[in-house]
Design a protein around this ligand. Sequence first.
Ligand SMILES: CC(C)(COP(=O)(O)OP(=O)(O)OC[C@H]1O[C@@H](n2cnc3c(N)ncnc32)[C@H](O)[C@@H]1OP(=O)(O)O)[C@@H](O)C(=O)NCCC(=O)NCCS
Length: 173
Amino acid sequence: MLIRREGEDDTEVIRAITAAAFARPGAAGHAPPEVALVDELRASKAWIPALSLVVTGSGGDVTGHVLCTRGHVGDAPVLALGPLAVRPDRQRSGVGSALMHAVLGAGDALGEPLVALLGDPGYYGRFGFRLASEYQIYPPVAGWQPHFQVRLLTAYRPSVRGTFRYAEPFDRV
Ligand SMILES: CC(C)(COP(=O)(O)OP(=O)(O)OC[C@H]1O[C@@H](n2cnc3c(N)ncnc32)[C@H](O)[C@@H]1OP(=O)(O)O)[C@@H](O)C(=O)NCCC(=O)NCCS
C-alpha cells in the first residue's frame, strides 16, 4: 500500500469507490449522497488539498480515499473527517486503518487542533477518537452525541469547546 495526496486524475475513481462503499441495498442506479458530498466539498472553500488522500495497491490502482475538510468548534478552526471509503473487495485488509493513520498524522503535522467525525465508536476508538462530549464539544444535532467523536492532536487546547459546525456541503446530505 502507498498513500499519497489526491491528484487531478483521481476524481473519477474516488467517485466510483465512494459509490461502491456507500451503496445501499435496494438503491441500485442511484448514487449515494456521499458521492455528491465529496464533489461539493472539493469545490468549496472548506477543501484542504493536503488532506485528501488516496491509497494505491500493488498494481497502482486506487483502493481507498479519505479526506478532512475545514470545520469549526465555535469560532475555532478544526478538521472534519469523512467520508472515508474503501473499495468493497479490499475492505478488512487494513486499507481503512492505513488511511486513518495517514490523515491523522498529516493533520497533526499541519498544526490542526483536532479531528471530529460522526461514526461508530467501536471502529474509531482504535485511532484515538473519544466521545466529543468528554471535551465539552457538541454536535450540531443533539441526537448525534453517542456517535460524535473527536481525536485530539498536538495543537489542541481545552479552550476549543462548544458546538461543532461542518462545512456547508454537509448540510445537504
Ligand atoms: C469503514 C471502512 C472505511 C473500514 O475500512 P477497512 O479497510 O475495511 O478497515 P480495516 O481493514 O482497516 O479495519 C477493519 C476493521 O474495521 C472494523 N470495521 C469496519 N467497519 C466498521 C464499522 N462500521 N463499525 C465497527 N467496526 C468496523 C472491522 O470489523 C475490522 O475490525 P477487526 O479488524 O477487529 O475485525 C470500510 O469498511 C468502508 O469503506 N465502509 C463503507 C463506508 C463507510 O461506512 N465509511 C465510514 C463512515 S464515513
